[in-house]
Design a protein around this ligand. Structure first.
Ligand SMILES: *Cc1c(COP(=O)(O)O)cnc(C)c1O
Length: 380
């Protein structure tokens, strides 16, 4: 019999001070895209990323990427390199500004941006007389890219490294000096998402973080319609309405304070899936990475099996999803340049994302694993 309560892929899980902080917001009447929770939330995230970082809370990670593009003056004719295996928001803001995307394959050992393929892409561009203006590296499914290798490649080719850490809040990665650093600390500018399905939610929202305080300040200014500090409305530039609400910031701050526990639970859920399904390959974790396991992702034999598994789980009222459909296969990017993306295609064809919310019980994980086992191996 199907579960009566739906098991979602990654639903919000609130068990910290979210309610208390929202009550504080009501008491202060800052029900607006301004107020004290925004500063507290920004400070908490910036401090966690590292000393010297600043942060700006925005309506989404997509808005944060858009403001980074603005800050880096990414525009018509600029080449922006991005892994093919990602969500479209990693690259859409740059393309909307007229940049030309160049898609690069995933590394089979981490599923994140392949340092070798990146090097090849930047060298190929150089042979054509082009320099990539920026590389948007994506920390996929809660795992950082291999920045010890990617950062020097970007530097050698004069490309600015932007880190899309939308999925990777709470992950860490070993840098070129052997130092473990948090996701978000590797880009010249980086973003986190606080959308409802991410590891921590603000009901919707994003955060731009950078060591470049001027870039963050400009993003904050532009996110509020670029109002010059005068006693009347005066605009020297076009801005955006991208600021996060103080109400969302209260929820986000409460969530952020429980992040360590969320990461611990998501990693436990991954370990339980792996123990229950030893026949399957899962998103690998290389020695330089300690991911958040935002989602547990497994590889099946082929697309046919993936679709059968998703249908069988759906019949049990369990949500599962395919892996990101690579960008070089998207009709909207039909004209884009790309290298060979065989790994990304294979991961798309064979990957399945399993329910991974940190509110799941062990019995929920066991139920999903048993259902999968029945479809895949016909056993009990
Ligand atoms: C979720 C996500 C985004 C966009 O985040 P929003 O806050 O929903 O705009 C960007 N990049 C990646 C890789 C994501 O998974």
């Amino acid at each position: 019999m199907a579960r009566s309560e739906r098991l979602f892929l990654s639903p919000p899980h609130l068990f910290g001070k979210e309610r208390e902080y929202v009550a504080d917001v009501f008491a202060s009447n800052y029900i607006a895209p301004a107020g004290p929770m925004l500063g507290r939330f920004e400070r908490a995230v910036a401090d966690a990323v590292g000393p010297g970082f600043s942060a700006c809370a925005l309506s989404s990670a997509t808005a944060a990427i858009d403001l980074i593009c603005d800050g880096l003056t990414i525009g018509a004719g600029d080449v922006v390199v991005c892994p093919s295996l990602t969500f479209i928001a990693s690259i859409a803001p740059a393309v909307r500004r007229g940049a030309r995307p160049y898609f690069v394959d995933a590394d089979p050992d981490s599923w994140t941006l392949s340092p070798d393929a990146l090097e090849e892409a930047l060298a190929a561009l150089a042979r054509q007389g082009h320099r990539a203006k920026a590389v948007v590296a994506v920390d996929l499914y809660g795992q950082c890219c291999d920045y010890a290798r990617i950062a020097p490649v970007c530097a050698a080719h004069g490309a600015i490294l932007v880190e899309d850490a939308a999925e990777a809040l709470g992950a860490t990665c070993r840098d070129a000096d052997g130092v473990w650093r948090p996701a978000g600390s590797f880009g010249a500018a980086s973003v986190f998402s606080f959308n409802g399905n991410k590891i921590a939610t603000a009901s919707g929202g994003g955060m731009l973080v950078s060591r470049d305080a001027a870039l963050v300040e400009q993003a904050r200014f532009l996110s509020q319609q670029a109002k010059e500090p005068r006693p009347y409305y005066y605009h020297e530039r076009l801005g955006y309405n991208y600021r996060m609400s103080n109400v969302s910031a209260a929820i986000g701050l409460g969530q952020f304070e429980t992040l360590a526990s969320k990461v611990r639970r998501r990693r436990e859920i991954f370990a339980q899936y792996r123990a229950a399904l030893p026949e399957l390959a899962f998103l690998p974790e290389p020695p330089w990475s300690r991911g958040s396991r935002w989602l547990t992702v497994a590889l099946l034999d082929d697309t046919c099996q993936v679709e059968a598994a998703i249908a069988a789980l759906e019949a049990e009222n369990v949500e599962a999803r395919r892996v990101w459909n690579p960008m070089h296969l998207q009709p909207v990017f039909a004209a884009a340049q790309h290298g060979s993306c065989d790994v990304a295609e294979s991961l798309f064809n064979r990957g399945i994302c399993l329910p991974s919310g940190d509110g799941m019980e062990d019995t929920d994980v066991a139920f999903v694993a048993e259902t999968l086992r029945r479809v895949l191996f016909g056993g009990a």
